[in-house]
Design a protein around this ligand. Structure first.
Ligand SMILES: [Zn+2]
Length: 107
C-alpha cells in the first residue's frame, strides 16, 4: 500500500526527472544546431558526422524517455518489462533496458 506521502515523493521524483530530461533535450538540441553549422573545414567533417549521429541518438533516447514518462511506462525494461533499478536510472535516466537486456542488445 502506498501512503499519500509516498505518492507525493514519487510525483516529485518524476517531476524532477522530467525536468532533467527536458534540460538534456535542450542541451542536445543546441549541440545539434552547432554541429550542423558548416565550418567549411573538410578535416572536421568526419568527426562532426560521428558527433551528429551520437547527438541524434541521444535526442532520440531522451524523447523516448519523456514519452514513456507521459505514458506511465517509464522505468520498465522495454524488452522484459522488469523494473529498471533506480540506481541505473540515476546514472542513465533515458535507459530503455535493464542491464542484462542492454548487454544482450549490445548497444
Ligand atoms: Zn530487461
Amino acid at each position: 500500500m502506498t501512503t499519500e506521502l509516498q505518492d507525493q515523493a514519487e510525483q516529485h521524483r518524476l517531476t524532477m526527472l522530467r525536468q532533467t530530461l527536458t534540460d538534456q533535450f535542450a542541451v542536445q538540441t543546441a549541440r545539434l544546431t552547432e554541429l550542423t553549422a558548416d565550418t567549411g573545414d573538410p578535416a572536421e567533417a568526419h568527426t562532426r558526422a560521428a558527433l551528429l549521429a551520437a547527438t541524434r541518438q541521444s535526442l532520440d533516447h531522451l524523447a523516448g524517455a519523456l514519452r514513456r514518462l507521459a505514458e506511465g511506462s517509464y522505468g520498465r525494461c522495454e524488452r522484459c518489462q522488469v523494473a529498471i533499478p533506480a540506481e541505473r536510472l540515476e546514472v542513465l535516466p533515458q535507459a530503455r533496458f535493464c542491464v542484462p537486456c542492454q548487454q544482450r542488445t549490445g548497444g
